[in-house]
Design a protein around this ligand. Structure first.
Ligand code: NDP
Length: 480
């Protein structure tokens, strides 16, 4: 796919046989898998090939109700009264089982989501396991977390997106369980399979029935879950638009809420930055996971004096990225998760051209089947352009320039979002100066997309509110 690499790599396929995908899956409610009450199902497909992977039960209102009741019963009779040290044992077991079955999870994630195996294997799955390990440690120490006397909230209704299916499930379930809540989780319609494998792990860990319930379905299933009067706490990760709908439906109900929504992060490169490192950080910031990342560094702000040299190096680096089979261990860019998302990326990229920005992609052959989009760079982007303002959620980078640090801050903050930002400079004082002025929940310095279960993550303004991870994330699941 490239004109700058002198040889091609031999294929290095990950063995797919480690995973057995059943022809159909039920809902996981009260510790058992069962069909939806009205028998409806939907198909989940491999976005790299468009091959159907399995039929999955589509939960309707009756199923949502059954799941919330199962969670309530488990909360009142088993999980709520259980001592923290006992709860910790189960959470540790889940963490260990994810680690033991890591390759199986990674292959299944890449098949259902389209992300490269090296990312699901080295990032998603280890971080998911780490999240359970970290929170298991909190389960018997809540009284030392500094919140004063704290009780669990009760039943958590959790709705997650398709970009990090297993990892988002872990971000939601682990703190909720550690704090003594029970859960009903709805994975995204296009990526239900690793959440269902996690349900199997809950059975294997002998987690008491009803503590974790996993209901698959589309947006209506999510809407029914968050509107259910038996849900005490809503945790949502997804688009700002759906986040606003949920906020409207929850207004006045007294439900506790956390919202992790979209972003349009600035990755800011100053002229004194180590440019080779910055190039790697830019690539990681926007091309990791095909750019399907809420905190993606989708706007590059580069100081004018180094713009030409940086862009030259960036184009050369993009020429070495390998796009293709997500199960090939050499693949850097996998498939776009769905036809719908591909259409959105195409539409916004076309708008970028219409609005006068210059579009560039490396020579790159796209597979005939499946959903694919090449790594793409837009230069000459104006701040008012749609590609500078809207979340594209794809492998598309918009490049803007600045002359002074003040201009960098003004441009970076010129967005309704406020989730994350990156800064590249060798001056520590400049990092601190800039971080204080950025309206973003996370600011990475000379790195990008770093995650740790102990570190809180979350946004401002249209990027949502509340934090996940660390002590702050735990608080969201406590009535403290
Ligand atoms: P959504 O916000 O629609 O989906 C997120 C989750 O919410 C999914 O499980 C979805 O179910 C569910 N959902 C949809 N409608 C409702 C509702 N009314 N009430 C409760 N839950 C609901 O994101 P999309 O997948 O449609 O992606 C659209 C755009 O959102 C993307 O192009 C991207 O820009 C952005 N996005 C941002 C994310 C982020 O982390 N910041 C993550 C995902 C998307 P279902 O999958 O069945 O629709």
């Amino acid at each position: 796919m490239t004109d700058t690499v002198p040889w091609d790599y031999a294929p290095a396929p990950q063995e797919r046989g480690i995973v057995t995908i059943a022809p159909s899956y039920g809902l996981f409610v009260g510790g058992e898998f069962a069909a939806a009450a009205d028998g409806r199902t939907f198909a989940t497909v491999n976005p790299a090939t468009e091959e159907p992977l399995a039929e999955v039960a589509l939960a309707g209102e009756a199923d949502v109700d059954r799941a919330v009741r199962a969670a309530r019963a488990a909360y009142e009779k088993v999980w709520g009264p259980m001592p923290g040290a006992q709860r910790a044992k189960y959470i540790y077991r889940i963490a260990r089982l994810i680690a033991e079955r890591a390759r199986e999870f990674a292959v299944l994630e890449s098949l259902d989501n389209g992300k490269p195996i090296k990312e699901s294997r080295d990032v998603d799955v280890p971080l998911a396991s780490a999240h359970f390990f970290y929170h298991a440690g909190w389960a018997d120490k809540l009284e030392y977390a500094g919140f004063g006397p704290a009780r669990p909230v009760g039943v958590a209704g959790q709705v997650i997106p398709w970009n990090f299916p297993l990892l988002m499930a872990a971000w939601k379930l682990a703190p909720a369980l550690a704090a003594g809540n029970t859960c009903v989780l709805k994975p995204a319609e296009t990526t239900p399979l690793t959440a269902l494998l996690l349900a199997e792990v809950c059975q294997q860990a002998e987690l008491p029935a009803g503590v974790v319930n996993i209901i698959t379905g589309a947006g209506e299933t999510g809407a029914a879950l968050v509107a259910h009067p038996g849900v005490d706490k809503i945790a949502f990760t997804g688009s700002t638009e759906v986040g606003k709908q949920i906020l409207r439906s929850a207004a006045g109900t007294g439900k506790k809420l956390t919202m992790e929504l979209g972003g349009k992060a600035a990755n800011i490169v100053f002229e004194d930055a180590p440019l080779e490192g910055a190039v790697e950080g830019i690539v990681n910031g926007i091309f990791f996971n095909q750019g399907h990342v809420c905190c993606a560094g989708s706007r590059l702000l580069v100081q004018e004096s180094v713009a030409d040299i940086l862009l030259d190096r960036l184009r050369r680096r993009l020429g070495t990225l390998r796009l293709g089979d997500p199960l090939d261990k050499n693949t850097d860019i996998g498939a776009i998760n769905s036809r719908q998302q591909l259409d959105k990326i195409r539409e916004l990229s076309a708008a970028g051209e219409t609005e006068g920005a210059e579009r560039w992609s490396p020579a790159c052959e796209l597979p005939d089947r499946g959903y694919w989009f090449p790594p793409t760079l837009f230069t000459g982007v104006s701040q008012s352009s749609r590609i500078a303002r809207e979340e594209i959620f794809g492998p598309v980078l918009s490049v803007l320039t600045f002359r002074t640090p003040e201009e960098a801050v003004a441009k970076a903050n010129n967005t309704p979002y406020g989730l994350s930002a990156g800064v590249w400079t060798e001056k520590g004082s400049r990092i601190l100066w800039l971080a204080q002025r950025m309206r973003a929940g996370v600011v990475w310095a000379n790195t990008y997309n770093r995650f740790d279960p102990a570190s809180p993550f979350g946004g401002y303004r249209e990027s949502g509110f509340g934090r996940e991870g660390g002590r702050h994330g735990l608080r969201a699941y406590l009535d403290a």
